[in-house]
Design a protein around this ligand. Structure first.
Ligand code: 13P
Length: 252
């Protein structure tokens, strides 16, 4: 059975004090979070060590990193390795967020190495995909998203792909307040699921959680999460508010 997941991508927001306050806010409200949902937060990298200590007794709240390199150690100034993340008990890591693809030129090949390295270290990659507005309008958006997935993920074995979470994040919906409609999101999620099943078989394809991201808020999460192939959300702005994030976790 695939997991229902609500993951907060805090991006490069909040100074250390603000981030700790938000974590305390989440912990104080732990009883209000949906017990049947995997709740994940991805704060900025410098906070992960202390956050790992502060959440050690809170199994309901998982930590994710926003990025990692694919090599274990060495002369790669500024990078973080999967081994280092593992040593902090980090369970998840974002890969291929559109902001990393666009601003830092991360390409299919690099992303596929990152995914593989994370799986090898038993960290679940949350692999992001999604199209720009002009691609959406050009009507080849289905093929565009599928190519992102096929190029970076389809060299994985069946046991490996089962360890991946996919997040569909149409770029035109990120931070714009203009969310995809439930039908638009389900169309892509359904295609992704169908391709996973075609490639890896029914059982494995149905085990992969596929999240939606892009202006997902308490007032639209219910409709999105009610779709057959939407298993939760990757939340940006609304994850910076404990009450909103909690409400989204209760939107299934
Ligand atoms: P917003 O929820 O702020 O649109 O961001 C989505 C996102 O990029 C999550 O990774």
């Amino acid at each position: 059975m695939r997991k229902k997941i609500v993951a907060g991508n805090w991006k490069m927001n909040l100074d250390y004090g603000q981030a700790k306050n938000l974590l305390q806010d989440l912990i104080q409200n732990k009883d209000k979070f949906n017990k049947d949902t995997e709740v994940i937060i991805c704060p900025s990298a410098p906070y992960l060590g202390v956050f790992a200590e502060l959440t050690a007794d809170h199994d309901w709240l998982k930590l994710g990193a926003q990025n990692s390199y694919f090599i274990d150690s060495g002369a790669f100034t500024g990078e973080i390795s999967p081994t280092q993340l593992k040593s902090l008990q980090i369970n998840y890591c974002l890969v291929g967020h559109s902001e990393r693809r666009d601003v830092f030129d991360e390409n299919y090949d690099l992303l596929s190495k990152k995914v593989k390295a994370l799986i090898n270290h038993d960290i679940t990659p949350i692999f992001c995909c999604g199209e720009q507005l002009q691609v959406r309008n050009s009507n080849v958006y289905r093929e565009f998203v599928m190519k992102q997935i096929e190029d970076s993920l389809f060299s994985l074995s069946a046991t490996e792909i089962e360890k991946v979470v996919i997040a569909y994040e149409p770029i035109w919906a990120i931070g714009t307040g203009k969310t995809a409609t439930a039908e638009q999101a389900q169309e892509i999620h359904g295609i992704i699921r169908a391709r996973l099943i075609a490639n890896y078989g029914e059982k494995i394809g149905n085990n992969v959680s596929i999240l939606y991201g892009g202006s997902c808020k308490p007032d639209n999460a219910k409709e999105l999460f009610a779709q057959a192939d939407i298993d939760g959300g990757l939340i940006g702005g609304a994850s910076l508010n404990a009450e909103d994030f909690c409400a989204i976790s209760n939107s299934f």
